[in-house]
Every structure is written in C-alpha cells, then in structure tokens.
Design a protein around this ligand. Structure first.
Ligand SMILES: Nc1ncnc2c1ncn2[C@@H]1O[C@H](COP(=O)(O)OP(=O)(O)O)[C@@H](O)[C@H]1O
Ligand SMILES: N[C@@H](CC(=O)OP(=O)(O)O)C(=O)O
Length: 536
C-alpha cells in the first residue's frame, strides 16, 4: 500500500523512518525559512533516483516524492548534495488539453509545440476527445437506436467522426491504422445498438470512450513521429478505478497508488511522455468502461497530479483562465488571477462550465496548485488555484449562472416545525435519487411532487435560474447591498436567497428570462466600477 505522510514544519521529528511504499511526503510550515532545514534522505541509495524535493509555487510547502524504501529527515544541503542530478528525471507536472485545444491537426501541432516549449518540464499529458466528438458520438448512438442496422453506416455523425480522425492522422503524417481498429469497432457497436434498439448508460460510456482513445493515439503517434518519445495510455487500463455509476462515476482511492505505480515504473524503466485518455475509468464491479461526467478530463488531470505528487496541474482551455462570468453571457468577462480550491469548486459546482465540479478535490487533498491557461494564448497568465490566497482585497470573484432550475415551494401541512419534516422531505429526494440543486426532468419531478404532497402543500416553479455570487462572504453585507440595488433598479424580483455553507457563495434565484440580464448588470457593478474600500 502506498502512503502519503504529512508533517507540520515545527512538529517534524528530527529523523524518521517512513514506511515502505511511501509515495508522497509533505512538510508544511508557516514560515518558509523553517523549511530550509527540512529535507529527506533515502536510507537506501538505490532508490535515490526516484526521489525529488520540490517547492510548490505560491505555497509554503516542500514536497518529497519517493517510491518505496525508507527515508530519513536530513538537512537540505545534504539532500541536495546526495540527490543532485538524480531528481532531474522525475515527471514534473500534468498538462490537460480539452477538446477545443485538440480539435484539429493544426491545433494538435500547436499543442505539441506548446508542450515542447517547456523544456524543463517532464509532463504527463491528459487529452480529451477532439472538438465536439463526445457530443457527436452520443448523437450517433441515439440515432442508431431507431435507424435500423442497415442504415448505421449512413449516420452523419459516424461519418463526421471517421472523416475527422482520418483527416487529422493524414495531416499529421501518422498512419491511419492508428485509429482504424477503433473506428471499425465503433461502427460495430452502433450496429449492436441498432439491433438492440436500446442505448443504456453503460453502452453510452463505452460509446463515448472512442473519442479519447483515438485523440490520444493520434497525438502520441505524432509526438513520436517528430522525434519526441511518447506513450499512449487508456486510463481504464492503468488503474483508474471508479464506482459503477455509468456516465457519472466517482474515482475510488485505489486509483492513486495504482496510477502512480504504473506511470512511475514505465517512466523509470523507459522514459516516454505519457499521453493519457481523460474522462475514462473502469468500474470496480463491472470492469466496464465508465466516464467521470461531462468535462471529466479535468478530474483525470487532478487525479494524476495527486497520485504522482506533481508540482503543478495545468488545465489548458480556450479562454484566458477562469473568468468573472461566462463569456458567452457577457463578453466583458475578465480573467480571475487567483482562486482558492474552495472558490473554484463552488464555481464549478454551481455551473461554470470551465471546470469539472469534482476536479478540485484531488488537487486540494494533494495541495497541488492548479493553473488554468489558454492554449490559444499561452502568454496570458491564466488563473492560479491554491489552498489559500490573499482575501484582504477580495469582494466578488465570479458570477455563475445555472439555468433551467426548478424551484419547489414546500409548506408542511402539519404543525410548523414538526419533528422530522425536513428529514422526510430530503429522504424523498434521496429515495428518488434526485440532487436538490440539479435540474430534474419533469417526469422525475412528478414523482417527487406526488410523494411530497402526502406531507406538504407543494408549489412547483419551473424555468428558474440560480445566480451564484462567489467571493468573500466576510463582505456579504456589501455584496448583498450592491446586488439588491442592481436588481431593484433593473426591476428584478429575487425569489429566493441562500448563503452556501462553504461561505464563499451567495445564491439568488430569479426567473430564467431575467437571468442573463441580471448577470450582466451584476458584472458591471462588481467588476466595472469602483467598490468602497474594504475596511469601511
Ligand atoms: N466563468 C467562466 N470562466 C471561463 N470559461 C467559462 C466560464 N463559464 C463558462 N465558460 C466556458 O467554458 C469554456 C471552457 O471550458 P471547456 O469547454 O470545458 O474547455 P475544454 O473543452 O477546453 O476543457 C469556455 O470556452 C467558456 O465558454
Ligand atoms: N470529452 C469529454 C471529456 C472532457 O473533459 O471534455 P472537455 O475537456 O473538452 O470538456 C466531454 O466532452 O465531456
């Protein structure tokens, strides 16, 4: 079993023997100077080459990564003398490129140039499917359900996908055979769906997996062709173990040591840039391919970052970082330079498409900084997400809109405050498997309403939006004062307000048709005009 140990700088013992299979050690201190004496020495010099000492940027953390063996605390200069040159060979960071970054041969070339423009990095690369391939695969599957087996080869999306991948291989000068097999099996799978006239969640996950399996094969082949040794990995073959919740699986703990071992062992025995499929895993009971939910490649990247104890996780997108609001709603959205893991998680959870909702968890647990960068504009500084940041000047960080939410007004038919009423309400949602702040289909809601009407008067209000104000809730009075002033002058009636338990989020519910206008007005007030001094 791999272990991850953590010491506070002050409490760290002068010498300590770590258990075998230790993969990651972290030393935290309030003062960076205390850390100058904190370093580690392998008691067995044969494992020296698997050890590295790193200072995490922007945080006062030194991280020592090793692979098995006993390690003792020693003075930093001793460590440096002992390990000089050896740590040079470790994998250093993870770079994830989303669909928009690898949408064509030209984009793949640019991404390769970008990766190679960091000669000091030895990155693990995570790729999503090319462009809109995942959507096209799902559409092809839906069409296959009703089109009849003989018509499968005429499905427009199937032909689009074939053409895109063959053309990309041709333009990059790699063999078409790299994706031939996958495209053939994909067509067979669609025929199977047509035959069965059904598309289960399990089949959906297998179906969409072709996107990542092909993009990574093409990209790895291209890097090899231009002289940079790369090795393709299917995540479901290297230890990404998940729950069996098809289309929305969770990563299980066993993933971390398994992935670390496989990638480290291969890197040590035969170094080649690892190119890993994002988004995919293997169900622990079913052994079938699972997916981590839409946008799940971000989670693949942060999982690898934590597993290997890397210095940094980079997610490369088509925008200059996390922005102050969705640029599709308001074009004057600006990049947010710094975020905490908590803010980023909240932002993603409440619907900002830019990050997968679960992706911050491994980064936070491993205390690994996440940088959101623009692959179309690599010089832009992007957003740096870390455990802590200076909040002294922070008011609002970002405004997030989640549309098409249904609001349920539930009034107890029994005496107000009756014991167990809320517990009963939530158990109804739990029994029906519906997340309270996630959009449910009207069919599901019929069941909820039916059940709730046994204990309450229920009023169902559809076409609502949640506007989440992510920021410094120490300043909540100022935020609310400003927000309500803006909304009132725009004639908007707020239908509900709640402050998240995480204390970085205030949510307002408004009618769908007023929501975008609200976001724009709130953005102008909070980001385009002066706010009062924070100590007032
Ligand atoms: N607050 C936000 N900040 C940045 N981008 C956002 C935000 N809200 C929505 N987006 C959208 O998210 C997109 C980037 O996310 P995504 O499509 O998942 O990228 P990729 O496929 O490259 O991983 C942007 O193009 C932008 O349209
Ligand atoms: N291809 C998957 C996984 C993913 O993360 O994609 P992207 O990085 O392009 O959002 C999806 O479309 O959901």
């Amino acid at each position: 079993m791999a272990a991850s140990l953590r010491f506070s700088g002050l409490k760290m013992p002068p010498a300590y023997s770590f258990p075998k299979q230790t993969t990651s050690l972290q030393c935290h201190s309030a003062s960076p100077t205390l850390l100058s004496f904190a370093a580690f020495r392998p008691s067995n010099s044969s494992i020296l080459r698997n050890i590295s000492l790193r200072r995490c940027c922007e945080s006062r953390v030194f991280r020592v990564c090793c692979q098995g063996g006993n390690v003792d605390v020693i003075k930093r200069n001793e460590f440096e003398a002992a390990s000089s040159g050896e740590a040079e060979n470790q994998l250093t960071c993870v770079m994830k490129f989303g669909g928009s970054s690898v949408a064509s041969a030209e984009r793949m070339r640019e991404v390769a140039d970008l990766i190679l423009s960091f000669p000091n990095e030895r990155p693990v690369i995570v790729l999503s499917a090319m462009g809109k391939t995942t959507n096209k695969l799902l559409l092809a599957g839906e069409k296959a359900v009703s089109c009849g087996v003989t018509n499968v080869d005429a499905i427009e999306e199937l032909n689009f996908i074939k053409d895109l991948h063959y053309r990309t291989a041709d333009e990059l000068g790699v063999e078409r055979s790299i994706v031939d097999g996958h495209l053939e099996v994909l067509e067979q799978l669609l025929k199977g769906i047509a035959m069965m006239k059904e598309l289960t969640l399990r089949t959906k996950d297998y179906l969409v997996s072709f996107g990542e399996c092909m993009s990574t094969r093409i990209f790895a082949a291209y890097l090899n062709k231009i002289g940079f040794k790369a090795r393709q990995y299917d995540a479901f073959e290297i230890g990404f173990i998940t729950t069996d919740d098809f289309t929305n699986a969770d990563i299980l703990e066993a993933t971390y040591p398994a992935v670390a071992k496989r990638l480290n062992d291969d890197w040590i025995s035969d170094p080649a840039i690892p190119i890993v499929t994002g988004f995919l895993g293997k169900g622990w009971r079913s052994s079938a391919i699972t997916t981590l939910g839409r946008g799940g490649s971000d989670l693949t990247a942060t999982t690898i970052g934590k597993a290997l104890g890397l210095r940094e996780i980079q997610v490369w997108k088509d925008v200059d970082g996390v922005l102050t609001c969705d640029p599709n709603i308001y074009q004057h959205a600006e990049p947010v330079p710094y975020l905490t893991f908590e803010e980023a998680a909240e932002l993603a959870y409440f619907g900002a498409q830019v990050l997968h909702p679960q992706s911050m968890r491994p980064a936070r647990e491993g205390d690994i900084p996440v940088r959101v960068k623009n692959s179309y504009n690599p010089n832009a500084p992007g957003t740096l997400i870390t455990r802590n940041r200076d909040m002294s000047k922070a008011v609002l960080t970002s405004i997030v809109l989640k549309r098409n939410v249904t609001m349920l007004d539930i009034v107890s038919t029994r005496m107000l405050g009756q014991f167990g009423f809320l517990a009963k309400v939530f158990s109804i949602f739990e029994d029906l498997g519906i997340s309270v702040d996630v959009v449910a289909t009207s069919e599901e809601l019929d069941h909820v309403v039916e059940e709730l009407e046994k204990i309450a008067v229920v009023n169902l209000l559809q076409h609502r939006s949640i506007i989440s104000l992510i920021g410094n809730v120490q300043r909540s009075s100022l935020i609310l004062e400003k927000a309500f002033h803006v909304l009132r002058t725009n004639g908007v009636n707020v239908q509900m307000i709640s402050q998240g338990a995480s204390k970085v989020n205030i949510s307002l519910i408004v009618h769908d048709n007023e929501a975008e206008q609200c976001v724009r007005a709130l953005h102008s007030t909070f980001f385009e005009s002066d706010l009062p001094e924070l100590d007032q």
